[in-house]
Design a protein around this ligand. Structure first.
Ligand code: ADP
Ligand code: MG
Length: 607
């Protein structure tokens, strides 16, 4: 019988390797830019067309390759970066597996042009689906240019997984952002369909981070640098208020390589734990350096995972370094985020003044629309500083969602409105009677449920009701976030956020969901954008729709002590009766609890 086991052809094994290394256009960009950095380039230009599907081109001014080397570079396991087993223990380059070029060549039409410093001419090699079609001399500057056309043209299954051009371009921006953060000394230019997305000049880390993540971060970031026992942690970390709902802005690097590592992430979160709510992630770019022998980067072909020899020592070093930084900054003196007005936290005086005037005018706008002209005298031009003790009524105004109901109560028959209201307990619970029973209502859970149902209803029949901002708010996004914003503009509009271009990656919010107008809508918007960015990857909109609406509802509610009048309580009860699932908040916490007369009597040992 003939043998059934065969050695795979080189081309086929390259295609299989490509499955691991080349997931999408951004992976090609990552591999090529890493090669350019390993080649000592001081300038790297990345250009893509049609989200990288039509063209990905990476040019550098690095050391270049001779004709022989350029041909070898396309062979599997050909690398100039390691020679012996021992070299694996002291890797100082980004690449070493010798897989990227042949893998990419096997799933695209690839042109590799390179000219070694000092040689008279360059070489151009053209390969189609991994098969070399021509090799010729070419006049060019020193360095290397790799052009990848029609990625996945011969692997239809992969092609099907490609997302829209905007999403893919966003992923590319993500990868270049990481690489550019890791090497501020290298000039990076990124062009998408002929348009310059960013141009990062040679600079230091702080300047690089601001140019990539937004200048508005300038006042929010602090630097950290500590060395101990052969390890060094340096970089930048933002104040806790800049937190995000996903770890997308937590950039961690080990020996100059971007990694997403569980141990590192845990160590960072541990340091921030007292300043951040659960589920929030800080914004930071942190670089850990340690002897190459203490960390194994050869865990996965994309090298995004690492293994530390002394995991807990690394963890503790990072946590203690960041804790030290967080405790020595004035941030910790800041009140908890809930008690701070949106946009006021830590801004320079001038900006705070603008915020004050804007708030006053917004309040004015809201009042004049319902009040008689004589009410003009009561315009609250004085803003109460958040640090002062203020009457609860001012600190926690009535949530908008009940306001209209207070003025024109529309009784709705139902359980909640049938309760007789006794009073409020601890500024957070409504104490009521239902016949013989005592009923406690958690007003926050109730508000959240009502807001969620309103958002859901408005969203399903058209769009979430929005309110124009008298002073439109400029919001700076990262490159990949702005790509997500552009792609989902109509959806964001349906969610009540009307955004317009403001040059570069900044967008201006003309109007925002009405129920969020007086809350931290920027934070909510950022969270929503982060949720939407997951769409391109693994999830469908239906999966995240509830989560988004829940998040919006959660932020539309006033936290902390909130005194309520009987009329407000009645309005809330009416609202509760008009929505479904009123017995639990969107997160599943109960809205009310019943204590029977018998239980009360038992408490007093009467029965
Ligand atoms: P690796 O980076 O793991 O060595 P690659 O397949 O990415 O494997 O590249 C193979 C080899 O081609 C590299 O080791 C390097 O010698 C050479 N090479 C690739 N890109 C460049 C470049 N931009 N400039 C100079 N040499 C390069
Ligand atoms: Mg490489």
């Amino acid at each position: 019988m003939a043998a059934r086991i065969r050695i795979l052809s080189e081309n086929l094994s390259n295609k299989i390797a490509a499955g691991e290394v080349v997931e999408r256009p951004s992976s090609v960009v990552k591999e090529m830019v890493e090669n350019s950095l390993d080649a000592g380039a001081s300038e790297i230009v990345v250009e893509i067309e049609a989200g990288g599907r039509r063209l990905i081109k990476v040019s550098d001014n690095g050391c270049g390759m001779s004709r022989e080397d350029a041909l070898l570079a396309l062979e599997r396991h050909a690398t100039s970066k390691i020679v012996t087993d021992d070299d694996l223990l002291s890797i100082s380059t980004l690449g070493f597996r010798g897989e990227a070029l042949p893998s990419i060549a096997s799933v695209s039409r690839l042109t590799l042009s390179s000219r070694e410093k000092g040689s008279v001419e360059g070489t151009e090699i053209y390969a189609e689906g991994g098969v070399i079609r021509h090799v010729k001399a070419r006049g060019m500057a020193d360095g290397t240019v790799v052009e990848v056309r029609n990625l996945f043209f011969n692997t239809p299954a992969r092609l099907k997984f490609m997302k829209s051009a905007e999403t893919e371009a966003g992923h590319v921006a993500d990868h270049i952002t990481r690489l550019a953060l890791s090497r501020p000394d290298v000039r990076f230019v990124y062009l998408n369909d002929g348009r310059v997305v960013f141009r990062a000049l040679k600079s230091d880390l702080r300047e690089r981070a601001l140019s990539l993540l937004g200048r508005s971060m300038a006042a929010q970031i602090s630097s950290v640098d500590r060395e101990d026992g052969g390890m060094r942690l340096h970089g930048l970390a933002a104040r806790p208020e800049c937190s995000r709902s996903v770890a997308s802005h937590l950039y961690t690097f080990v020996n100059g390589r971007f990694v997403r590592d569980r141990v590192l992430q845990h160590a960072v979160l541990q340091a921030y734990r007292r300043f951040l709510e659960k589920g929030r992630y800080p914004v930071a770019a942190l670089f850990l350096s340690l002897p190459p022998g203490d960390v194994d980067v050869n865990v996965h072909p994309t090298k995004h995972e690492v293994r530390f020899r002394e995991q807990s020592r690394v963890h503790d070093f990072i946590t203690s370094t960041l804790e030290g930084m967080l405790h020595s900054t004035p941030w910790k003196q800041r009140p908890a985020p809930e008690t701070v007005s949106p946009g006021v936290a830590g801004e320079p005086v001038a900006e705070r003044r603008v915020a004050e005037v804007r708030d006053s005018l917004t309040a004015y706008q809201a009042r004049t629309s319902v009040a008689a002209p004589s009410a003009l005298k009561e315009i609250p031009f004085h803003r109460v500083p958040v640090t002062e003790k203020v009457p609860a009524q001012i600190a926690a105004p009535t949530p908008d969602l009940t306001r209209s109901d207070v003025t024109q109560p529309t009784p709705v028959a139902g359980f909640f409105s049938s309760l007789s209201f006794i009073g409020q307990y601890a500024g957070a619970y409504l104490v009521c009677c239902d016949g013989e029973d005592l009923v406690l209502v958690d007003q926050h859970a109730a508000h959240e449920r009502v807001a969620f149902e309103r958002f859901r209803r408005e969203f399903s029949v058209g769009s979430v009701e929005s309110q124009g901002l008298l002073f439109p708010e400029v919001i700076e996004f990262s490159h990949s976030e702005s790509a997500v914003v552009d792609e989902h503009l109509p959806l964001l509009k349906k969610l009540g956020f009307h955004l317009e271009d403001f040059g570069g990656t900044a967008r201006v919010a003309q109007s925002v969901p009405r129920m969020l107008a007086k809350r931290d809508f920027i934070r909510v918007l950022r969270d929503v954008v982060e949720e939407l960015s997951l769409l391109g990857r693994s999830r469908s909109f239906l999966d995240i729709q509830e989560e988004i609406l829940m998040r919006m509802a959660c932020h539309s509610v006033v936290r902390g002590v909130h005194l309520m009048s009987g009329a407000e309580a009645a309005a809330l009860f009416n609202a509760l009766d008009s929505v479904g699932f009123a017995t639990n908040c969107p997160h599943g916490r109960p809205v009310f609890r019943r204590i029977s007369r018998e239980e009360v009597e038992k408490m007093f040992k009467r029965v």
